[in-house]
Write a protein that binds this ligand. Structure first.
Ligand code: SF4
Length: 355
């Protein structure tokens, strides 16, 4: 009997799904331009031309919406579509005359056309309540609420450079690939459900998981459990995935923080770290108005003051942080300054080795 072979279930081969002209001219494009926001025009060395129409979606797509998009693709495009990393949907057509009816059909279906060039493209987000195992907020809900407010900046190209935003539903895993990152921030150590720890958690794994060695095994009410040194805990939430009884998600104390700049936020300077500019915003569904106000304040300041083609990180680098806080109207507090005094408590003080 032959050995059972593993079934490869990764990402399928791209090529069979490409528009025939993309397949034919793969890697052989001569030039491209953008005839209008949301439309890309590529010309190949062979002389072939392809128009790509990009539209926004609500990010989490239900099957009815996917079918509606497929119907538009079958009827108005050449039967091909694809999604970008930010869940923009793109249709490719081989004839310029197909572009206007396609845009009209997308508009009627409620899908705004835009997201190209110096615009705010769709906001990327982590999976949130749908299928993340540790979410403290519904990242996709924050995105939907924000994109509703930023619709005009999606359909126009009037930013100094492209502006990318991301939202993250926990503090430790995904998120942050953007000029503006909206991240969950826990502000209180986990509460431990001692009745469950013994049955649910591998205690050595949880102890090893803590980056500041704040967790110890303990016997509570005669049962094996854990205890936290709350003076050391930095409320990262890393102990929650391997041990859900370390309950850190909290409607009041899991807040939202905003970070700007970072390695994705430059076009010609060196990569840099994101910097925290706003903390302790309420996690306030369904519209997260406080987050929207803070993000829009940053966007308007950038839009009004940055030079052409400056990414957000470069703009802040040029004007300096004091002016950034003045222009955005965000409060500057002592918590924004880390002079590393007391860093024993805020840096990794664990002797654990991790690979
Ligand atoms: Fe606190 Fe993070 Fe350690 Fe859990 S893993 S005890 S949240 S520092």
């Amino acid at each position: 009997m032959s050995a059972r072979r593993a079934v490869e279930s990764g990402v399928p081969e791209l090529e069979p799904y490409l528009h025939p002209l993309l397949k034919k001219n793969y890697g052989s494009w001569k030039w491209h331009d953008r005839p209008r926001p949301g439309v890309l025009h590529h010309v190949a060395h062979s002389g072939d031309e392809v128009w790509t129409v990009r539209a926004g979606t609500q990010r989490q797509l239900d099957v009815y919406t996917v079918r509606a998009l497929c119907d538009i693709g079958d009827r108005y495009a050449d039967g091909y579509m694809r999604f970008t990393a930010r869940s923009n949907v793109e249709f490719m057509v081989a004839n310029e005359a197909q572009v206007a009816p396609l845009i009209e059909a997308l508009g009627k279906g409620g899908f705004p056309v835009g997201g190209t060039g110096n615009s705010i493209s769709m906001i990327s987000h982590t999976q949130g309540w749908l299928h993340c195992d540790i979410p403290a907020t519904d990242a996709s809900g924050v995105v939907k609420a924000l994109m509703d407010e930023l619709h005009e900046e999606f359909i126009h190209e009037r930013m100094p450079n492209k502006l990318r935003i991301s939202t993250s539903c926990c503090e430790i895993n995904c998120g942050g690939q953007a000029d503006i990152a909206i991240n969950i921030q826990h502000t209180k150590p986990p509460r431990i459900n001692h009745d469950l720890v013994g049955n649910v958690c591998e205690r050595p794994t949880v102890v090893a998981r803590c980056p500041v060695a704040a967790i110890r095994p303990a016997l509570v009410n005669g049962k094996p459990s854990l205890e936290i040194d709350e003076r050391k805990c930095m409320c990262c939430g890393a102990c929650y995935p391997p041990c859900p009884p370390m309950m850190i998600n909290d409607p009041e104390n899991s807040r939202i923080a905003i970070w700007v700049g970072g390695k994705h936020s430059n076009a010609r300077s060196k990569p840099s770290f994101h910097k925290l500019v706003m903390a302790n915003l309420p996690n306030n569904p369904p519209r997260w108005p406080e987050v929207a106000a803070a993000v829009k304040g940053i966007i308007r300041a950038y839009q009004g003051d940055a030079h052409d083609w400056e990414r957000m990180g470069e703009w802040i680098e040029r004007i300096g942080w004091p002016r950034f806080f003045t222009l955005t109207g965000l409060p500057f507090t002592k918590f924004h300054v880390d002079n590393w005094r007391g860093s024993r408590g805020s840096l990794n003080a664990s002797t654990h080795l991790r690979f």
